[in-house]
Design a protein around this ligand. Sequence first.
Ligand code: NAP
Length: 245
Amino acid sequence: MENRVAVITGASRGLGRAIAIDLAAHATHVILAARDVASLDAVAQSIGAGAATVVAADVSDPAGMQALVDHAVGQFGRLDVFVNNAGVAPQSSVEQTTDQEWARVVDINLNAAFRSARALAPVYREAGSGRLINIASVFGLLGRSGFGAYGASKAGLINLSRVLAAEWAKFGAQVNVVAPGYISTDINAEIRENEAFMKRVVSRIPAKRMGEAHEVANLVRYLALDAPDFLTGQVIAIDGGESAS
Ligand code: NAP
């Protein structure tokens, strides 16, 4: 289908950037959302004139997701795909996590997805179609120490997605979750500098390597554009076998 429109949050770098570039290469106009507008502009430029739109958005702003959906529908008259990708992954034990930090992580990783879904529902219902892809994490499936707020937010995102799949199937919209394992991006740049830690991380991954952003983008594109409508409410881990072993 030509002229599809997709919103990707957190498109200024990492997985969001790779997802946007991949979708744009497959006949989809991409709306790039994040806080760092200079980086979004650079991504838009690499995609090419007319194929990408930049929108400054802080996903933790309670009004931000409704505004993002309204912007897309207002400008293009349609919205086919929404990828909740923006996220933060601070590391601290539960004992050392402050209320403020817990709330910040849940706001960005979970509350934004809830608000985007609430804004998307009437748009997808009216269209009788639409796809929502939520980027969770294998840490939302596993109990990894040091990732209490992060793991809880991603576990919440997984269950929210299943509920949405059940609520939206009757009007023809699909909701699926991509749960990456360790993928080489800025989010784990600090961790990757710790050689001993990385050795331990890679030893737990049957594929014996970290993943690459383009591998996640490939899966997101499948769910966004190619997957059958009957595929909904699923969580697909892309982790070199980490969560399977
Ligand atoms: P990254 O390189 O750190 O990029 C994070 C993105 O999120 C940036 O574009 C950032 O944009 C955006 N973002 C953060 N806070 C935001 C806010 N308040 N409002 C709007 N945008 C915000 O991370 P990544 O590795 O690409 O991760 C992307 C997603 O994949 C996250 O949800 C993460 O939890 C998930 N994930 C990643 C891995 C991995 O190993 N890389 C594994 C599992 C899950 P600005 O700073 O410009 O706003």
